[in-house]
Ligand binder design. Sequence first.
Ligand code: PLP
Length: 410
Amino acid sequence: MEVLDHKRNKLLIKIDFMVKPIYLDNQATTPIDPEVMDAMLPYFNEKFGNSSSVHHSYGSESNEAVEKARTILASTINAQTREIIFTSGATESINLAIKGVAGNYEQKYHIITQATEHSAVLDTYRAIEKKGWEITILPVKSNGMVEPNLVRDAIQSDTVLVSVMHANNEIGTIQPLKKIGDICKRNKILFFVDACQSFGKLNIDVREMNIDLLAATAHKLYGPKGIGFLYARQTNPRVNLEMQIDGGGHERGFRSGTLPVPLIVGFGKAIDISLKTMKTEYQFLRKLRDLLYDGIVSKHSDIILNGSFENGLPNNLNLCFPELDSETMIMKMKGIACSAGSACSSANLEPSHVIKALGRPNELALSAIRFSLGRFNTEREVETAIKEINRVAETLKLKKIKRKNKKINH
Ligand SMILES: Cc1ncc(COP(=O)(O)O)c(C=O)c1O
């Protein structure tokens, strides 16, 4: 709404009723980078060719764009271009990795994973467990880290796959991939990594870390939704996967379906930008994260950090607010968009399996809130957010005290 002084032709007041909350949910998804958007747009209209139609210029132009994106995505993790299989996102990549490996065996074998994996991973394991596979789920330490020795000790003679994520989506904990990869290599077991939260943010070298399968997605790094990839090692050893989607044999027979060229171009552009900004962005996000933490802890010294600052993503801050309920807090913090647990499970009022895995009791786990920062956040936004978080926590605490006193007086 605008209020004008007509005599002086001057704008007196401008009220934006649609002021959006400050976005602190960048681990759920990120806004698209304008440069990514610009790179994608021509591939929706003038460059619309099917990338498989390489016999004419429309198709070959699209094919060139796809291969350019594939090359930069592969080089980011030190993979070969033919090891990158485009999918609709990480959930599909994860399904292809796990069911694809399992589908190659006539017999049922053993797999090792860990307790704080994303539900896309854990639910896929549950699905193959129903078919007779044995799954060992390792516990984590109180900071969310997997002890590599536990992986080594859990290996059986029939273990064929180990899967451990890189960085956690709720608490940001970064796992010791190199150590786990070495154990897998020594024991000739395939190693699968869900790298959704770290791809383009942390260094990954699949050769050095002995990773055989890796899932990533574009929408966590300012790219479009609906595009991801699975890296599947093709030499030393060659990973065989059972195709999960039958059809025209695209992606070297690993995943059929016409490629979404604009999305792939966007994914390529997103990683191109991330590679150029990775170092400075890491420092920037850590500064914002520290500012946010210091601002909250200065007023609420009882908060408990979930995860680890030393071994964590710089953009993640997951806190328990003892005695408060995270759902209520989030609803009251109208000026902030953040989440309790991961977005995929936030419709569910059960405490997060990740926070529970750290050893937190149910009530404390239900007070956990994830603030996740991104490229487009500002210090000013963080300062505003701190005020709102502190105000809401303070009000809810006072209400709780009043309710307790009332009970005592009755
Ligand atoms: C760690 C992790 N794995 C898998 C996924 C699923 O990714 P997608 O949304 O691309 O299917 C997510 C997204 O929330 C995630 O954070």
